[in-house]
Design a protein around this ligand. Structure first.
Ligand code: AMP
Length: 400
């Protein structure tokens, strides 16, 4: 971020979409804390901060009479905490555009902070409306985007607004910068071997990711619910395990592509099966291709863990996206926990590890290992699309 911000009004798109409970308390302020280096830097340099963010999806969850549930989705809920974090008062405009926002911003002094109300209270936000974006831009001299979590959306405040600032007057914030540089590092210039670990519920959600990884990783590990579609496709019996029956050909196709490319595909060879989808279900270790009727695989088994851990420990670069099983149930979290530990061990031995968003981030945190991996992404869907090789609109809007 090398823009001269002293004496300037800096409009920063942050991701303050924090979880808030029924008592209107913030239950996890990670996203706010992650934005602090950028915000503190601008304040320290003598800039005035105008912050904009979304919170939830208010227009998707209208009240029965069609009105917005302002009390639930207002960014007023975070003012006090933001003020504590920044150690100064935070002014608030009850609409992100219009007279009040204009008035408050025009009188804003260096070192002061103005928070704008939820951008998604306006239809123009998610529609990427140009006139709305222009209005947002009109109250500031500089635009900074530090909201990586929404960089895959071509919304007004994340993307369209940038066109109203000269190239020299817009920039990524530090968080966005580090997401982009760490993501680029594994995509463009990875040290090899590169081992990608994929998991999660469905093949269809990770299809593009799998295709891309098979193209450029040395080893692709497939765990979690996705793996059962691969067992079934190869003629295995999978009991009542999760499976996408319309993706069997696709699974075979991916295996074929891996073979042609010379990419090692590592699937589980054993699983922990349950007789019920619950933590307290009866359990047994089964051969992945022979899961008994009435049983479903909810975790990878000990032989698979050994094989996956060995592959991970041989890596110089690691990408991890998706759990190895239903890790929310402690009795089926061993596979995911073992992978988390192996990624941390490999990192300690010199590998570069990127945890690519969503549930793998939750798993790393649950194991207390988030400081022992190289980079934990804040953007679930955004990092997934980045790793799939897509051009994210929020990034392109800044880099041109
Ligand atoms: P995703 O959001 O696609 O990364 O999927 C994560 C979800 O997949 C988690 O909530 C897991 O509980 C779920 N999952 C992982 N393995 C299985 C499995 N074997 N059966 C059912 N769900 C699974």
């Amino acid at each position: 971020m090398n823009i001269e911000v002293a004496g300037k009004k800096v409009l920063v798109r942050v991701d303050f979409n924090v979880p808030i409970d029924k008592q209107k308390r913030i239950t996890d302020d990670t996203r706010m804390r992650k934005a602090l280096p950028t915000l503190q830097y601008i304040l320290d340099q003598g800039g005035a901060l105008i912050l904009m963010s979304h919170l939830g999806r208010p227009l998707k969850k209208l009240k029965e009479d069609g009105s917005i549930n302002v009390e639930k989705f207002t960014l007023r809920l975070i003012i006090k905490h933001l003020s504590n974090l920044l150690e100064r008062p935070v002014k608030f405009a009850s609409s992100c555009v219009g007279d009040e926002a204009n008035r408050l911003s025009s009188s804003l002094q260096p070192g002061e902070v103005l928070l704008l109300e939820n951008t998604r209270f306006h239809e123009g936000e998610e529609a990427g409306d140009v006139a709305f974006a222009k209005e947002l831009s009109s109250i500031a001299d500089i635009y900074v985007n530090d909201a990586f979590g929404t960089a895959h959306r071509a919304h007004a405040s994340t993307t369209v607004v940038a066109q109203f600032f000269d190239a020299s007057q817009k920039s990524f914030g530090f968080l966005m910068e580090s997401e982009v540089s760490n993501g680029s590092k594994v995509l463009n210039d990875p040290q090899r071997p590169l081992v990608a670990i994929t998991g999660g519920a469905k093949v269809s959600d990770k299809l593009l990711l799998l295709e891309r990884l098979i193209d450029f990783a040395d080893t692709v590990i497939i765990g979690g619910g996705m793996a059962y579609t691969f067992f079934k496709a190869q003629g295995g019996s999978i009991g009542k395990s999760i499976c996408e029956h319309n993706k069997l050909d696709l699974a075979l196709d991916l295996m074929k592509k891996a073979k042609e490319k010379g990419t090692t595909l590592l699937l589980p060879v054993d699983n922990i099966a349950a007789d019920d989808f619950s933590n307290d279900a009866n359990r047994q270790t089964v051969d992945s291709m022979n899961i008994p009727d009435g049983w479903e695989g909810l975790d990878i088994g000990p032989k698979s863990i050994d094989a996956f851990v060995a592959a991970i420990k041989s890596a110089k670069t690691i990408i991890w996206n998706g759990p190895m099983g239903v890790f929310e149930f402690d009795n089926f979290a061993t596979g995911t926990n073992s992978v988390a530990k192996a990624v941390a061990d490999a990192t300690a031995a010199g590998a570069f590890s990127l945890i690519g968003g969503g549930d793998s981030v939750a798993a790393i945190k649950k194991n207390g290992l988030d400081d022992e991996v190289s980079f934990v992404s804040t953007g679930g869907g955004a990092m997934l699309e980045f790793l799939e090789g897509k051009e994210l609109p929020g990034i392109k809007a800044i880099t041109g």
